[in-house]
Ligand binder design. Structure first.
Ligand code: SAM
Length: 280
């Protein structure tokens, strides 16, 4: 079977390089190059951007990103067994693909990439949320990346885009929606992967906003949101008791009913409360 880039189909690549999926590395590979190109297109126009890809594995999404015209791709993969397969892709795109055999949690992408950067990844589920939280909490805003296009378990994707009043609304929704436009752009059934995971997956696209939606100190906001949702069934006057002195007065000053629960408060309310708490 011929492919757009002339490389062998992914099933043959996996077989040739003995890439038996390892559970410990969260390996569920995409085998359909039409699908990986579709995911790459969700990231927007790649021709004027460098792309950071985390966890390329046998390179299905990497090939999609390159075929869709990415200016340059830095593919960071922890599993050294995948290096030979990735080197075959690099031979076709020598100027546009850099491969790094490293843990994505430990690298500085800006040593290789030039902004604007788009991050695109079929994330290993075991490190996906940790990477997302890091990307969403950089030392300064706007971050180095312009967008994130990331595959998650569908349940995590739904938490990211959840609205106030929903059981899924919490820290991840507030962290995501405070400083980005986040939306689910694709849903994938388990059969899209090899081996199939137990759960459905979804791709979320985040566009970084130039500035946060509402003013707040990120550290204070992080802290009160984490504290508030830690006991999400309690009223805020109880769950936030330890977060600041006179919490009831501060809630009222922020326009929040002290008897409300964390999931009822919109992002604007959490930011207003963070400003009240930051007054000291
Ligand atoms: N992108 C490929 C695809 O779509 O078929 C593979 C996706 S698989 C869900 C996740 C990949 O991330 C695996 O190749 C795994 O080895 C890699 N990985 C896991 N932890 C990693 C880490 N900390 N840093 C970089 N890569 C990692």
């Amino acid at each position: 079977m011929s492919t757009v880039d002339g490389l062998p189909p992914l099933r043959a690549v996996i077989e040739a390089h003995g890439l038996v999926a390892k559970k410990s590395l969260g390996q569920n590979f995409l085998l359909d190059l039409n699908l990986t190109s579709r995911i790459a297109r969700q990231a927007g126009d790649l021709s004027k951007c460098d792309v950071l890809e985390v966890g390329p594995g046998p390179g299905g999404l990497t090939r999609g990103l390159l075929a869709e015209g990415a200016r340059k791709v830095l593919a960071v993969e922890k599993d050294s067994r995948a290096m030979a397969a990735l080197a075959d892709i690099q031979a076709i795109y020598p100027e546009r693909l850099d491969i790094l055999n490293a843990d994505a949690l430990e690298i500085d992408p800006l040593e290789t990439l030039t902004p604007p950067v788009r991050v695109v990844a079929n994330l290993p589920y075991n490190v996906g949320t940790e990477l997302l939280v890091r990307w969403l909490t950089p030392p300064a805003w706007p971050p180095y990346w312009a967008s994130l296009t990331l595959m998650f378990q569908r349940e995590v994707a739904e938490r990211i885009v959840a609205q106030p009043g929903s059981k899924k609304y919490g820290r991840l929704a507030i962290l995501s929606q405070w400083r980005t436009n986040a939306r689910i752009v694709m849903e994938l059934p388990p059969e899209a992967f090899s081996p199939p995971p137990k759960v459905h997956s979804a791709v979320v696209h985040f566009e970084a906003l130039p500035a946060p939606r509402f003013e707040a100190d990120p550290k204070v906001l992080e802290r009160i949101v984490a504290t508030g949702f830690n006991q999400r069934r309690k009223m805020l006057r109880a769950s936030l008791k330890g977060a600041a002195t006179d919490i009831e007065d501060r809630l009222i000053a922020a326009g929040i009913k002290p008897t409300d629960r964390a999931e009822q408060v919109p992002i604007e309310g959490w930011c207003a409360l963070a400003r009240e708490v930051a007054k000291g």
